[in-house]
Design a protein around this ligand. Structure first.
Ligand SMILES: *Cc1c(COP(=O)(O)O)cnc(C)c1O
Length: 245
C-alpha cells in the first residue's frame, strides 16, 4: 500500500473514532483531501485509495493540476480504477476578485467566500452547462485581524444574498480558527460556529455543511458538528514552509 493510502486509512480511523465518541453517524462526515503544494501524482495516489474530493488553496497551482489530470485521462494514462472526471474540486484559499472566473469554471465548491462582490461574480461567471456552484461562507470566528472571513454578525446578510443568486447553491459555513493545542480549547471556536450555523438554519437558510477541522483538530471539529473535515498534512505529509497559509 502507498504511504498516502496508508495515511488515508489512519485519517478515516480517526474520523470514525471521533464520530463514535460523540454518537454521530460517520456517514454524515466527509473527508476533503487538501492537496495544496502536492502534485498530480499525489492526488492520483489518494484517488486510487478511493478519495474523490480534493481541496486546493492556490489558484494557478490547482488549475495546472486539474489540467494535468485531464491530460492523463485523455491519453489513457490513468491508474486502474481512477477516472479524473469523477474527482470533485473544492477551492479553500483566499480569493482575489479578478480571479473568480477560473474558480467558477473549474471547481465544484468554493469554501472561502467572504464578500458579496465575490459571490456575485461567481454566480455571473458559472457556466450554464454546469450545476450551481456549491458555496460556503468563510467566517472569521476567532476575530483575528490577519485571517480572512466575514465577521459573525455579518454572516446572515451575506448568506441571504448568496441564497438569492441563481448560479450558486449556498451550503454552509467554513472557518479556520486560531490554532490551539488542547481539545477543549479547540472546541470553543468550533462551538461558536456551530451555534451560528444552527441559528441561520432556524432563520430558514438551507444550510447542510459545516466545513471545520484540519489535521491537528479534526476530533474537536467532529465533536462540534463538522460535516466536512479538510485534511492535508495527515494524508500527504508535511508541506514545504513558505507555501502554507
Ligand atoms: C492547508 C489547509 C488545510 C489543511 O491543513 P492541514 O493542517 O495540513 O490538515 C485545511 N483548510 C485550509 C483552509 C487550509 O489552508
Amino acid at each position: 500500500m502507498s504511504r498516502i493510502a496508508d495515511n488515508m486509512q489512519g485519517v478515516h480511523a480517526r474520523i470514525a473514532d471521533a464520530a463514535e465518541k460523540v454518537s454521530r453517524d460517520v456517514q454524515t462526515i466527509s473527508l476533503l483531501a487538501v492537496s495544496k503544494t502536492f502534485d498530480a501524482q499525489a492526488v492520483l495516489a489518494a484517488a486510487q485509495a478511493g478519495q474523490r474530493e480534493f481541496g486546493e488553496n492556490y489558484l494557478q497551482e490547482s488549475l495546472e493540476k486539474i489540467d494535468e489530470l485531464a491530460r492523463l485521462q485523455n491519453n489513457g494514462d490513468m491508474p486502474a480504477g481512477v477516472d479524473a472526471s469523477l474527482l470533485k474540486w473544492h477551492f479553500i484559499g483566499p480569493i482575489q476578485s479578478n480571479k473568480t472566473r477560473p474558480l467558477a469554471e473549474h471547481f465544484d465548491w468554493v469554501h472561502s467566500v467572504d464578500r458579496e462582490k465575490i459571490a456575485q461574480r461567481l454566480s455571473e461567471q458559472r457556466p450554464p452547462q454546469l450545476p450551481p456552484l456549491n458555496i460556503c461562507i468563510q467566517v472569521n470566528i476567532s476575530g483575528e485581524d490577519s485571517k480572512s472571513g466575514v465577521a459573525p454578525a455579518d454572516v446572515a446578510a451575506l448568506a441571504r444574498t448568496i441564497a438569492g443568486l441563481p448560479r450558486l447553491r449556498l451550503r454552509g459555513l467554513m472557518a479556520i480558527p486560531r490554532a490551539a493545542d488542547a481539545f477543549e480549547a479547540q472546541r470553543v471556536p468550533f462551538r461558536a460556529l456551530h451555534m451560528l450555523y444552527l441559528q441561520l438554519q432556524k432563520e430558514g437558510l438551507p444550510l447542510d455543511t459545516l466545513s471545520i477541522g484540519m489535521s491537528a483538530d479534526l476530533e474537536a471539529a467532529i465533536a462540534e458538528g463538522a460535516t466536512i473535515v479538510r485534511i492535508g498534512s495527515a494524508i500527504f505529509g508535511q508541506r514545504n514552509q513558505g507555501r502554507t497559509q
